[in-house]
Ligand binder design. Structure first.
Ligand code: BMX
Length: 294
């Protein structure tokens, strides 16, 4: 894997130069969640230049939100990226950068990288679940990343959760994302009268032993455990890799494993941490672009 990659998530935007599968340059900044398509293109171009990109180098871009076969980008949770709807991102970037552009969903990219080079290597029925700003996913069966023309395939965070009763930014009610994702975690804390800026504050309070915070983070982990069992019923998963800032935070993996232990064995895939840590979407964007050529 080599080339230039971008990962535009709900909270952070990263760009990297990758050689022989290793990141040799990397920069990152906060995502502007309300930014217009043109402003997102500006930010992407600025970061790419910082990691040494120049015409005619190709770029591979992983974004939060669904990406159609035609390269049209829409937020599914409209609260996360408020100005991204039917955005022809592939065309906009091609026009701006004057190079070959590949665009895909961030969690599918991460899933593909983990399946090929990371924690999922050797597993035929594999899923990756990211718990971050939102809850995203990617499914890889017999080495094939599962996608759909409208780009929705893999969006496991919008499945129902019996632990939630909230209205989700996707328009659905009681989704996994609306109880387990980072935005949900900080919303719930604030609703319960605990002033927090982000999910990170809730995890810090939980690490300090605050019961109110532990309850919120444990509920998130339980919702993710049930989701893993649910996915296993339809896909026969052997392994699920957890990623994302919350998925990789200390103690989270073991609490998902603990909640999963209450399920019958048949519905319990192995749950492991992402090997490529926070870089799986960057590596995966390039790997997927190469894969999609043949
Ligand atoms: C949401 C959805 C997915 C994304 C996932 C993780 C939007 C804007 N995002 O479920 O497309 O893959 O979050 O994204 O609809 P992240 O921002 O948490 O990395």
């Amino acid at each position: 894997v080599k080339g230039f990659a971008v990962d535009l998530g709900g909270t952070k935007l990263a760009a990297a130069r990758i050689e022989n599968g290793k990141i040799t340059e990397r920069v990152q900044c906060a995502t502007a969640s309300g930014a217009s398509p043109g402003e997102q293109v500006d930010a992407i171009e600025r970061l790419l230049i910082q990691v040494g990109w120049q015409i005619p180098d190709a770029v591979s871009i992983a974004v939060a939100g669904r990406v159609t076969t035609q390269g049209v980008w829409s937020a599914v949770n409209v609260g996360t990226l408020t100005s991204i709807q039917d955005t022809p991102i592939k065309e906009l970037l091609k026009a701006r950068l004057g190079c070959t552009v590949f665009v895909c969903n961030d969690a599918i990219a991460a899933a593909f990288a983990e399946a090929r080079f990371g924690s999922g290597a050797g597993t035929s029925h594999f899923a990756y679940v990211t718990v971050s700003t939102g809850v995203g996913g990617g499914i890889v069966i017999d080495g094939m990343p599962i996608s759909s023309p409208n780009g929705l395939a893999g969006h496991v965070g919008f499945a129902s959760s019996r632990l939630s009763s909230a209205i989700c930014g996707s328009g659905r009610t009681a989704t996994v994302e609306s109880i387990a994702g980072g935005r949900a975690i900080s919303r719930i804390a604030n609703q319960n009268g605990h002033r927090v800026r982000s999910a990170r504050d809730v995890f810090e309070a939980a690490a300090d032993g605050a019961n109110w915070a532990l309850e919120i983070t444990q509920t998130s982990a339980k919702a993710i455990a049930i989701l893993c069992a649910d996915l296993t019923t339809t896909l026969g998963l052997q392994k699920v890799t957890l990623g994302g800032s919350i998925g990789l935070s200390p103690g989270y993996l073991s609490s998902v494993q603990e909640h999963l232990s209450f399920e019958p064995e048949l519905f319990r895939p192995d749950i492991v941490a992402a090997n490529l840590m926070h870089d799986s979407a960057l590596v995966g964007a390039i790997a997927l672009s190469e894969f999609s050529k043949h």
